[in-house]
Design a protein around this ligand. Structure first.
Ligand code: ADP
Ligand code: ADP
Ligand code: SF4
Ligand code: SF4
Length: 570
């Protein structure tokens, strides 16, 4: 079955004068394979008449057209956004417990959530009444849910992915806002569980990203609803907060809970079941069968869905690596103990060495001085106790990136990195017009395009989907090896840190009050120290080697605690 999509926001007939129409060999032989919609002033491809030659795909100057062949058994879509629009196939299954969804950005996750919430009535490709929709899913677990949805008997609450705009829509102190919305009488308990006590008396405008995320989650789960839909609950939170949020969401009982999450450790810890959504971003998305969380995430990393017999990507491997021989690498920087005081904050860093090639992961709670340390090395901030004279050149990507008004192509990005990170189509755009994920990738490439010895990346995973995170990790490892440089990475995504890091620095302390940093440790010791402070144990999945958080109090958890093995390497 052939489908043709045109991404309308990319399509610019005013610039190309309908080049696709002019080059299509079928049109030339008089067929109406491509017609021009006079009203929209856009081309329309008739899928039934298209030969799939791919000429228009190659010629379109804005990469707007995609032609794909899908297996017949996939059937009709559940929803399609108009002619040649994006389509999503299949619906998830809802069960008791938490059902997670994992997949790339632009592949239909929000569309699925909008359908489940009742906001978007699926059209089965064209137009459909509820009767037909329910009929389509007869005998499936989702049938009775759809029947209730059709009768308007489902109350859904939704925590959106982008929370930054919340303070523009609601005003006042956090406690007042939350109290007004509380329908469960559980608010005090939730505030305590999410450690929001110090935030609730603030005005919502004064909150940090992490505080705002927790408030949005609290507002969602204190509603009395049939289904709770949470889109990326971990953004802006540190590791401890992520797991804490996961535990709080897991406490919801007798209701449906559906979560989209890109941090695989959090998703794993949070969910009982998983659906994978695969396909091509902006073109189509297919929801897999329901899988147990372990199998689902393993198959996702494997790139192969067993019960569907479907390969959608190459495998991603997690190797358990022994610490490297120091002989293989060069010391490029040795720094002394570092101290830095602000009015309300105090940082002390143990002396250490940085090698090349290496990736040094940096883990720790929010506001314990990670950025300050990085900025001391970069020469942006002076240490109080020593005059650090670093002769090495450092390139730095900050945590918050300024969306400047300049064109992407005016940045001096290295062509090979533009290709690797797939940024070619962004070159003509202005930096301030990019989406969060696009801006992040441009900032990373901008940082790596400088010829220096040390690269510092603060939270490169923010706004990236799980596919992009794993790709980023692969590129960074290769980059460090090939250029023989050191890359320092501050991150809260533990899977990414585990996958990336040769060595690890661990920060500890009271957020906003003080911070203490270890010297760089080998991955195993570093993780062990970090997890001990978090009070959580990790094991490795025997099939993929990926780290998994143990449920508190489980047999494995107690066994590992007993041995002091917080990070079981196997
Ligand atoms: P995700 O949540 O996985 O990022 P979405 O469900 O938001 O993906 O979007 C999937 C695709 O559908 C995107 O390519 C987007 O451009 C397209 N899309 C989303 N909403 C609409 C709409 N209202 N009209 C047309 N296309 C849309
Ligand atoms: P992290 O990167 O671990 O989140 P930061 O290094 O950004 O932590 O900040 C640590 C603490 O230092 C925060 O409480 C922050 O408010 C404080 N701080 C950072 N820079 C300054 C500054 N220039 N003046 C005063 N306080 C600062
Ligand atoms: Fe031009 Fe491409 Fe749009 Fe066709 S799809 S009109 S080639 S921009
Ligand atoms: Fe025409 Fe070939 Fe494009 Fe189909 S793929 S619309 S036949 S140019």
């Amino acid at each position: 079955m052939r489908i043709a999509t045109i991404q309308r926001d990319h399509c610019r007939p005013d610039k190309c004068n309908f080049l696709c129409y002019r080059v299509c060999p079928m049109v030339r032989t008089g067929k109406e394979t491509i017609v021009i919609d006079e009203e929209l002033n856009k081309p329309i491809i008739n899928e039934g008449l298209c030969s799939g030659c791919g000429i228009c795909v190659k010629k379109c100057p804005f990469e707007a057209i995609t032609i794909v062949n899908l297996p017949e058994e996939i059937g009709d879509p559940v929803h399609q956004y108009g002619v040649n629009g994006f389509r999503v196939y299949n619906l998830p299954t809802l069960r008791d417990g938490v059902v997670g969804l994992v997949g790339a950005n632009g592949i239909g996750k929000t569309t699925v959530m909008r359908i489940l919430s009742g906001e978007l009535k699926p059209n089965l490709g064209e137009d459909a009444e509820w009767e037909k929709i329910v009929e389509r899913f007869r005998g499936k677990e989702i049938q009775s849910y759809l029947e209730k949805l059709a009768r308007g008997e489902i109350k859904a609450v939704y925590k959106p992915q982008y929370i930054d705009s919340i303070p523009k829509r609601v005003k006042g102190t956090v406690l007042k806002i939350l109290k007004k919305g509380d329908e469960t009488g559980n608010l005090d308990r939730i505030i305590e569980k999410l450690n929001l006590e110090n935030s609730v008396h603030k005005n919502i405008r004064e909150l940090s990203g992490g505080e705002l995320q927790k408030v949005a989650i609290a507002a969602c789960i204190t509603k009395d609803a049939d289904i709770y839909l949470l889109d990326e609950p971990s953004s802006y939170l540190d590791v401890k907060e992520r797991l804490n949020v996961a535990r709080t969401i897991r406490d919801i009982t007798d209701r449906y809970v559906f979560v989209v999450e890109h941090d695989l450790i959090v998703l794993d810890y949070l969910s009982d079941y998983i659906h994978v959504i695969y396909g091509k971003p902006g073109v189509y998305g297919v929801i897999s069968n329901i899988k147990s969380v372990r199998v689902g995430i393993n198959e996702y990393l494997d790139g192969f869905l067993k019960s569907e017999n479907m390969r959608f990507r190459e495998e991603i491997k997690f190797e358990v690596r022994p610490p490297r021989e120091k002989k293989e690498i060069n010391e490029i920087l040795s720094y002394p103990n570092l101290e830095r005081k602000y009015d309300k904050f105090e940082l002390s860093v143990n002396s250490g060495k940085i090698y090349a090639p290496e990736i040094l992961g940096i883990l720790g709670p929010n506001a314990t001085g990670k950025t300050t340390f990085v900025r001391i090395l970069a020469g942006d901030v002076k240490a109080d106790n020593v005059d650090l004279d670093i002769e090495l050149n450092i390139s730095y990507k900050p945590q918050y990136i300024k969306p400047r008004k300049i064109l992407v192509k005016s940045l001096k990005l290295k062509p090979e990195l533009i290709e690797k990170f797939g940024l070619r189509h962004l070159m003509e755009k202005r930096v301030n017009e990019l989406s969060g994920g696009e801006l992040q990738k441009v900032a990373i490439v901008d940082c790596l395009s400088k010829d220096v010895n040390i690269y510092l990346l603060d939270e490169p995973s923010a706004h990236l989907d799980v596919e992009e995170r794993l790709k980023l990790a692969k590129h960074m490892k290769k980059f460090a090896m090939e250029k023989e440089v050191a890359i320092l990475v501050v991150e809260h995504d533990v899977l990414l840190i585990d996958y990336l890091s040769d060595e690890l620095m661990v920060f500890d302390g009271i957020s906003g009050v003080n911070g203490k940093a270890s010297k760089p440790l080998d991955l195993r010791s570093g993780m062990n120290e970090f997890l001990k402070k978090m009070g959580i144990t990790f094991r490795r999945d025997p099939e993929t080697g990926r780290p998994r958080a143990n449920k508190a109090g489980s047999v494995k958890d107690r066994e590992q605690r007993g041995k002091g093995e917080y990070y079981y390497v196997g």
